[in-house]
Design a protein around this ligand. Structure first.
Ligand code: ME8
Length: 638
């Protein structure tokens, strides 16, 4: 039996899980379930990353111990993962003893390999990422490439891993194994980074106490990222060379978001090379889920209420939507409208109708699964397509094209609906002569539904079971091999009408309801938590100025936008602002507003915007921030 070991990132416990972290974990769950369906011996790891400076700072702010903070936060993950019906085999916490012992063993091995040395490090550091960045990565403004906030100059004595030594071997490995880093865009990005030269990386922190002490210098803790990467082997019992470790390592796939590819595709494999351990077979980095174009994250306060979505659509529709709607590997912008449209089209119409039409006709005319006695036109085409669908889905799952795998299953669903139309099966009940044909067509529809149920089970486990029950099967025994042969559905089982699997939704009503859900209502300033705190230097990084509006005009075909020309004293700027629903252009001329003057220029609807005006923005209302007395344009706002 083949083994299949799949992992997700271990998530930081400084914030609760959200749609983004759920997305990675559901995708991993789908692959884990798919491989179980194929009969593989699967091990699926997820967990939480509990050490490091961010946790230490947050615990201090809350006035509790770091361990208490972790103990409070870890269950918020397990609770959501249970709700999402995830089938992970382990939930790893990095504060657990087996992980600590494993990380210590790993660092000792690196040390013994002679690849660790002590040095002074100077560089730009982002505290949120807990990561140093090079000038090249930062660009001119020295802002962190992930958070877009200023980094700090830090000088510190640390231990280093001789990453540069592994540059050539790594390059050769990436080149020789096209599957190693996927998708292709990420592979090219990593190839570029490695080709342009690797620098050694720091692997310890002397200034942080919340971590695992370095085995060879107890005054330092292991840098949280290095320790976190070890989780992929510590979870298997690497500390004691356990049975699982010997069975499942190397991992078949490390699944993650594109933000953390470099750690996984460069540092982790190089460290494994250093101590002669096999490398993971694949690093797969999917895209970001965004909300109005901005990455969804707890610190940005733009999360989407998962409970409200599951309450409205049901868990399986939730899992389906996120795996189907966005091309896996690319970014995807969430909108409630997209969810309702996709739900109505694919689930209520295509799949829901197929089941209810088929079962309705069977229940009314036969009362039981009919015998397929009378073959006829289109039968072979449907059978052939069902068989091909199984193979195509397998290829797509191996390419991690999860959305396309679903699309392929839905092509079959739509084909069978067309088969019902083409054969006009409902009209065949008229005479005993045609009833044999009717039974055969309906049998084929049920048999196709049996195949569909197995194929969708990794994505929608409960729906798959419900379909199976409806067509007279029990929940067990649903491996891929059970649908390899057409005709496996036994005739004769009593069949009743189906309750609608996915009742249709009213677009307008549902969107309105979701927009008034508790998390959607929490406007950003109110959503402030301690995670949102920024340092004085981060605030000072913003250049706020008095700007006087010289002219304002509407932008054709953009109901919300106005184009403003503003006077900044020493210069004039053009700004695109989303305020057209609240201000008439003529009322703005002469108004003094606050401009974020050092924002990167952006193109909005093809028009360059050189800054941003500040406003209080509620759900329905909006008011520009102005001054209580006139000030010279260009004056700094502090
Ligand atoms: O980086 N869209 O933890 P983290 C899609 N502890 N995926 C998203 C997302 C979004 N908007 N937001 C987050 C860490 N993610 C480290 C990992 S692993 C050895 C250590 C997902 O809590 C995505 O998988 O910041 C991303 O890579 C991960 O959450 C980051 O989680």
């Amino acid at each position: 039996m083949s083994t299949f070991y799949i992992t997700t990132p271990i998530y930081y416990v400084n914030a609760e899980p959200h749609l983004g972290t759920a997305y990675s974990t559901i995708a991993a769950d789908v692959l884990a379930r798919y491989h179980r369906l194929k009969g593989d011996d699967v091990f699926f790891l997820t967990g939480v990353d509990e050490h490091g400076e961010n946790i230490q700072t947050l615990a201090a702010e809350k006035g509790i111990s770091e361990q208490d903070l972790c103990d409070q936060m870890a269950p918020t993950f397990t609770k959501l993962w249970n709700k999402l019906n995830l089938s992970n085999d382990i939930f790893l916490r990095t504060t657990s003893e087996f992980h600590k012992r494993g990380a210590i063993k790993f660092l000792s091995a690196l040390h013994e390999a002679g690849d660790i040395y002590k040095d002074k490090y100077k560089g730009y550091y982002c505290r949120r990422c807990e990561s140093f960045y090079t000038n090249r990565e930062l660009g001119d403004n020295k802002n962190c490439p992930v958070h877009k906030l200023p980094t700090e100059w830090v000088e510190e004595e640390n231990y280093f891993f001789a990453l540069s030594k592994y540059q050539d071997r790594l390059l050769a490995h990436i080149r020789a194994n096209p599957e190693f880093i996927q998708p292709e865009s990420r592979r090219n990005e990593i190839l570029n980074v490695v080709e342009s030269g690797l620098r050694d990386v720091s692997i310890s922190r002397g200034s942080v106490s919340w971590g695992i002490p370095l085995p060879f210098d107890q005054t330092h803790v292991i840098y949280v990222w290095i320790e976190a990467l070890c989780n992929y082997i510590t979870a298997l019992g690497y500390a004691d060379d356990g049975e699982k470790y010997r069975k499942y390592w190397p991992a078949d796939i490390h699944m993650m978001g594109k933000d953390i590819t470099r750690f996984h595709a460069i540092i982790w494999p190089a460290m494994l090379m250093a101590i002669d351990l096999p490398l993971p077979k694949q690093i797969f980095a999917h895209g970001f889920l965004t909300n109005q174009g901005e990455k969804i994250s707890k610190t940005k306060g733009n999360v989407i209420d998962i409970d409200a979505l599951i309450g409205e659509f049901g868990l399986d529709a939730f899992r389906y939507f996120f795996m189907r709607e966005f091309s896996f590997g690319n970014d995807g912008d969430y909108a409630h409208e997209r969810f309702v449209l996709r739900y109505n089209a694919d689930l209520a119409n295509d799949l829901g109708n197929l089941l209810s039409r088929t079962l309705g006709l069977v229940a009314k005319n036969f009362g039981a699964v009919p015998e397929p006695t009378t073959p006829g036109e289109f039968d072979d085409e449907v059978k052939e397509m069902a068989r091909e669908t199984i193979n195509k889905v397998d290829a797509l799952m191996n390419q991690r094209s999860l959305d396309m795998a679903l699309e392929t299953i839905w092509e079959l669903v739509r084909r069978v609906n067309r088969y019902i139309q083409q054969t006009q099966v409902w009209s065949l009940a008229k005479s005993e002569e045609t009833k044999g044909r009717m039974g055969t067509i309906l049998y084929n529809c049920m048999e196709a539904l049996r195949t569909v149920a197995v194929l969708i089970s990794p994505f929608m486990p409960d729906t798959a079971n419900r379909i199976r029950q409806h067509i007279g099967l029990d929940e067990s025994d649903q491996g891929l091999d059970t649908v390899a042969q057409w005709g496996g559905l036994p005739a004769g089982k009593t069949i009743g009408r189906a309750q609608p699997l996915f009742p249709r939704k009213d677009l307008k009503k549902v969107v309105e309801q979701l927009e008034s859900a508790p998390e959607a209502k929490a406007e950003k300033p109110q959503a402030k938590t301690t995670d949102n705190l920024i340092s004085m230097s981060e605030f000072q990084g913003m250049d706020l100025r008095v700007a006087e509006v010289l002219s304002a005009e509407r932008i054709p075909k953009a109901d919300r936008l106005l184009k403003l020309q503003v006077d900044l004293g020493s210069e004039k700027r053009q700004v695109v602002a989303g305020i057209a629903e609240h201000y008439a252009p003529e009322d703005l001329v002469g108004k003094q507003v606050i401009l974020v003057a050092n924002l990167e220029p952006a193109k909005i609807r093809g028009i360059e915007s050189q800054g941003m005006v500040l406003a209080a923005a509620g759900k329905k209302e909006l008011a520009l921030a102005t001054f209580e007395k006139e000030m010279p344009p260009g004056t700094q706002v502090r």
